[in-house]
Design a protein around this ligand. Structure first.
Ligand code: GRF
Length: 203
């Protein structure tokens, strides 16, 4: 059975979507642990309620980013994951950390990468006047919000959208896309070849 570790910082709705899919679709993989850098992350309560082990590695307990990342890596390694899933995990990771988990560390970003890396993606998309926006699941590399693209979901931007309405439309798609991407990777249906992620039969 393959093992998943999910990292969160907040409400954890993507984590919950993955938990829900794993349970209702009877995945052969299991969520071994949910780890948060924030002790009061709402998602921790949801994970505990589902009986999933939770761990807090509070970044404020560490003076240097390298120390925090080392402690975080130890906490993750303790659960021997095949896949480490960042789901609203709001910390910039060191190169050493990313290297340690290379090929099994994925993230969801609320934009159609490579557009709108960084924060405030929905507001920036509206300001830029784009007609389509969305979200991207990608492998994590040392460069922030870059890395081979695993899946993307596209939504229209309506003329009367504000940040909240657009964010809600994107989030709904995230909840569909992220569990599917996690499952496809764990079941070997998608594979990383160089800088691209392709269906296994085409690799
Ligand atoms: C999502 O919009 C995700 O794309 C971004 O952070 C948000 C996390 O939301 N990385 P949640 O904690 O999964 O509800």
């Amino acid at each position: 059975m393959k093992r998943i570790v999910i990292l969160i910082s907040g409400r954890g709705s993507n984590m919950e979507a993955i938990m829900h899919a794993a349970a209702t679709e009877c995945w052969t993989s299991k969520i071994a642990a949910v780890i948060s850098n924030k002790p009061n992350a709402g998602g921790l309560t949801r994970a505990r309620a589902a009986g999933i082990p939770t761990v807090v590695v509070d970044h404020r307990d560490y003076q240097h980013r390298e120390q925090f990342d080392a402690a975080l890596a130890d906490a993750i390694d303790a659960h021997q994951p095949d896949l480490v899933v960042l789901a609203g995990f709001m910390r910039i990771l060191t190169e050493g950390f990313v290297h340690h988990f290379a090929g099994r560390l994925i993230n969801i970003h609320p934009s159609l990468l490579p557009s709108f890396t960084g924060l405030d993606t929905h507001r920036r998309a509206i300001d830029a006047g784009v007609k389509f926006h969305g979200a991207t699941v990608h492998f994590v590399t040392a460069e922030l919000d870059h890395g081979p693209i695993i899946a993307q979901a596209v939504v229209p931007v309506h003329d009367d959208d504000d940040e909240e309405t657009l964010a809600a439309r994107v989030l709904e798609q995230e909840h569909q896309m992220y569990p599917r991407a996690v499952r496809d990777l764990l079941e070997g249906r998608l594979v990383l070849t160089g800088s691209r992620v392709v269906r296994a039969e085409l690799a």
